[in-house]
Write a protein that binds this ligand. Structure first.
Ligand SMILES: [Fe+2]
Ligand SMILES: [Fe+2]
Length: 390
């Protein structure tokens, strides 16, 4: 069984045990993949993924645990290794051994996108564990279709796959990472020892959340988590990168709790650029916090991604040029669940329908708020309004 295992979870474990019970193998080999660094939210290092996988293996029933080992050659190669290469190597190393490869139904559905699928078919026997909502298994045996498996979107699992008995939980590593980073429940999706390891190492945004909880005031921290959560949902709705959206949502206000005088001083010493910075310092220094937060995200949290940093920078005043992610964070910040002004709920619903119109409506609401309080309006907000109103 191969995979990124970022992190390994109960779905992997169930699949392994079911395959072992069905095939009674002499050996079980897990092959963690080398993985290019994830964009946006940081994933676990290869070393940590291997450690977590060992913890998962330690929790297998004894008879299978004894036969289970890790093959870390792909991680050691430090490059992406195609499954076909790994299977050819295993075939060479064990010429008289029967090889079986185990995958979840989501991977099986994309089998023909793998490198050299026809060669793959000949190299070993293929087994699939069906997750809820899996595509139809195109098996010659009617029994293989038993259990429903309606095919949403007409998805198909090629006929050379054999189905493992049982249905397997709908758990994905991506969901675990995103749940951890948005403060949602995630620990029950993996095993206890793996969850403890993730917590201890602060993986998948947990270290960032811990630091934010320590440095932000409680309402600000709650707002931050609400923005991260809404950002993830809006990213799904609008087809944007969820990991980047969550990361920008988490860090958008990371410099917000600094006293305004200190913000101005820090911006000077770090040479942070902000539009009409002198006016901001004189009239409303807390408007510096978005520019400062981007710089803090870079310096303290090691964020390099220019799209994430841009979204943080532009979340308060906006900018004349804004990417879809910039707009998403601008809107998510204005209408997150913790905002209790009367207009926030309809605006939140609008954000799911149309990000551009929601952006315009949020800007209008901010300008109206400033006007009714007789407060200063930043020239950028005014020129942005002039542009969007057209
Ligand atoms: Fe903010
Ligand atoms: Fe905010």
């Amino acid at each position: 069984m191969g995979g990124s295992f970022d992190p390994p979870h109960k779905g992997h474990k169930r699949l392994l045990v079911a395959a072992a019970e069905e095939l009674k193998p002499d050996r079980i080999v897990l092959v963690p993949a080398f993985q290019a660094p994830l964009k946006g939210l940081p994933g676990a290092s290869a070393a940590d993924r291997v450690r977590m996988l060992r913890k998962l293996v330690a929790g297998l029933p004894k008879k299978w645990r004894k036969r289970c080992s890790l093959d870390i050659s792909e991680v050691r190669a430090h490059r992406m290794v195609y499954t076909v290469e790994t299977l050819r190597r295993l075939r060479r190393e064990h010429p008289r051994t029967e090889l079986h490869f185990i995958v979840g139904s989501d991977s099986a559905e994309s089998f023909y996108k793998w490198r050299e699928p026809e060669a793959l078919k000949r190299l070993c026997a293929w087994w699939v564990g069906m997750r809820p909502g899996a595509g139809v298994l195109l098996s010659p045996g009617a029994s293989a279709l038993k259990g429903g498996a309606q095919a949403p979107g007409g998805r198909r699992i090629p006929a050379h796959f054999k189905r493992l008995p049982g249905r397997f939980p709908d758990i994905s590593s991506t969901d675990i990472r995103l749940a951890a980073a948005t403060g949602a429940q995630w620990a029950r999706l993996t095993t206890g020892p793996v969850a403890s390891f993730i917590r201890k190492r602060g993986l998948y945004g947990l270290a960032i959340i811990r630091e934010l909880e320590r440095t932000l005031k409680k309402p600000r921290f709650q707002h931050t988590m609400a923005v991260a959560d809404l950002s993830a949902k809006l990213a799904v709705r609008h087809g944007l990168d969820r990991h980047k959206a969550v990361l920008a949502g988490l860090l958008h206000d990371c410099g917000r709790c600094m006293p305004p005088e200190k913000m101005a001083e820090r911006c000077r010493s770090w040479r942070v650029k902000a539009p009409s910075v002198r006016d901001i310092v004189r009239r409303q220094p807390k408007l510096l916090h978005s520019y400062l937060s981007a710089e803090l995200a870079r310096r303290r949290f090691g964020i390099q991604d220019p799209e994430v940093l841009s979204a943080i920078r532009k979340h308060t005043l906006g900018a004349l040029r804004m990417s879809p992610l910039d707009k998403l964070i601008y809107v998510a910040d204005a209408v997150s669940e913790d905002r209790d002004h009367p207009g926030s709920k309809p605006l939140r619903e609008l954000a799911f329908r149309d990000l551009d119109i929601a952006m315009k409506a949020c800007l209008w609401a901010k300008l109206e708020h400033a006007r009714s309080n007789n407060s200063w309006m930043h020239p950028l907000s005014l020129s942005l309004w002039t542009r969007l109103r057209r």
